[in-house]
Design a protein around this ligand. Sequence first.
Ligand SMILES: Nc1ncnc2c1ncn2[C@@H]1O[C@H](COP(=O)(O)OP(=O)(O)OP(=O)(O)O)[C@@H](O)[C@H]1O
Length: 251
Amino acid sequence: MVALKLEGLGAQYGRIRVFEDITTETLEGGGLTALIGPNAAGKSTLFKRIAGLLKGDGVVHLSGAETQSRPICYMPQDTGANAVLTVYESILLAAKQGGGWKVSEEELAEIDEILKSLRITDLAFRDLGALSGGQRQLVSIAQALVRKPKVLLMDEPTSALDLFRQIEVLEYMHRLARKTGIAVLIALHDLNHAMRYCDQSMVVADGRLVASGPTKDVITPQLLRDVYRVEARIEACTQGRPLLIVDAAVI
Ligand SMILES: Nc1ncnc2c1ncn2[C@@H]1O[C@H](COP(=O)(O)OP(=O)(O)OP(=O)(O)O)[C@@H](O)[C@H]1O
């Protein structure tokens, strides 16, 4: 199983520092971790820093991924569409990124399986540029999955999806992490999703990591007041699951 630990991570754009000294406990694979925080807190920047797409202070320690040349995959929030490719071609290209161009039967079967799991087989030969926002987001998820990363950083992967697809994708990612032992970090604004699917949560705000640990200990009315500036309650729904209810903005 993979294990990830962040030690003293910092990032800046030019002279503007986004965050500093982000240090976590060791994060074991096998589950989903929510990365939460207000707009512009630095969630995408932290993902880019972990993925090595941005340089900065600190070290990303990764173990259990030694056999893979590109163990960390970042799935960005904005999924640009290359209109020249079909969905299938774009996923095949993602699978072959950094490798040779020979394609095996096994690789093709894996792509078919991913398309089936995400229920987008019918889109396979459509042009990327002709897809809806939600369809494009599902294709981006497929492109990330086909790379078979040990650490998958998903930046708001359900933001363009309808309710059915949101639940389906999060349940699928939860099962996949359990089954394969990969670590999946998901930047989310929907904290009910974080509470339902993510065992662990990390909160970035004001340029630092303000909380991390089991989601039920991290997402509290106090945190919501301090970090999100809302008065909110967390109550058990009729099925016993925690449900976040926002009462008011704190002005
Ligand atoms: N390429 C860039 N150049 C300069 N500043 C940037 C760049 N990308 C992001 N920033 C700034 O860094 C800060 C953090 O941005 P980031 O996208 O990481 O936030 P976020 O938490 O993911 O936000 P959101 O929830 O709105 O998606 C913001 O102030 C943003 O304006």
